[in-house]
Design a protein around this ligand. Structure first.
Ligand SMILES: C[S@@+](CC[C@H](N)C(=O)[O-])C[C@H]1O[C@@H](n2cnc3c(N)ncnc32)[C@H](O)[C@@H]1O
Length: 202
């Protein structure tokens, strides 16, 4: 990593601590939100892979005061969350859509889920793809018509399949790599805007 790029990364870490976010990942969502105008006051947001809680805290600030954020993760959040954020400790592969409110319950579904990495790049990419497709499958049921989606994926051999599945469900689909993403990371975010009337993923 170049010296100037490292300085930028350190800057995001310091800024997160100063602004009270548990992780620097908040600036990825902030940039995506700024670029595609995703979050608005009053929305209901599902945040998959929400621990330690930065995205949930940011989303809560954008949808306040009437909106609501439901975070789901296999881990608990590391600190206190705002009053209109609910967190459930769950594995996304075990949950049932009815537990989360049923079809059409959310305006926006976010997923920053990532597998525990093994160092074997192809395996890590495949496990990230599985998490991504699970998030997209849940979004395909849980989003209201015209709702929006953001999901993280490690780019690998399965990436074109994830991209095609996203494009099929939304009027517009984009690939974004926010500035706060580390240079060495092969993660990107697929963004779907305007859930169309294609049938949900099986
Ligand atoms: C990069 S962190 C998310 C950071 C979070 N967006 C924030 O800003 O604080 C990825 C999260 O995905 C979660 N995760 C991985 N597999 C999961 C699964 N099967 N079900 C639910 N959460 C999962 C991990 O526990 C981890 O907390």
């Amino acid at each position: 990593m170049s010296r100037s790029r490292r300085r930028t990364q350190d800057h995001f870490g310091r800024r997160a601590r100063r602004e009270g976010f548990p992780a620097r990942s908040v600036y990825k969502l902030e940039e995506i939100d700024r670029r595609v105008r995703l979050l608005r006051r009053g929305q209901r947001v599902l945040d998959l892979g929400s621990s330690p809680g930065s995205w949930a805290i940011y989303a809560a600030s954008r949808v306040a005061p009437e909106g609501h954020v439901l975070g789901v993760d296999i881990k608990a959040p590391t600190g206190a969350l705002p009053a209109h954020v609910e967190h459930r400790v769950l594995d996304v592969f075990d949950l049932d859509v009815d537990e989360l409110g049923g079809p059409g319950s959310f305006d926006v579904v976010l997923s920053d889920m990532a597998p525990s990495t093994t160092g074997q790049r192809a395996l890590d990419q495949y496990r990230s793809f599985e998490l991504y497709m699970r998030a997209l499958g849940l979004a395909s049921v849980l989003l209201r018509p015209r709702g929006g989606f953001v999901g993280k994926i490690f780019q690998g051999a399965e990436f074109p399949e994830a991209q095609a599945a996203t494009s099929a469900l939304f009027d517009k689909a984009r690939v974004l790599r926010p500035d706060a993403t580390r240079d060495s990371s092969y993660e990107v975010f697929l963004v779907g805007l305007g859930r169309n009337d294609a049938p949900p993923l099986a």
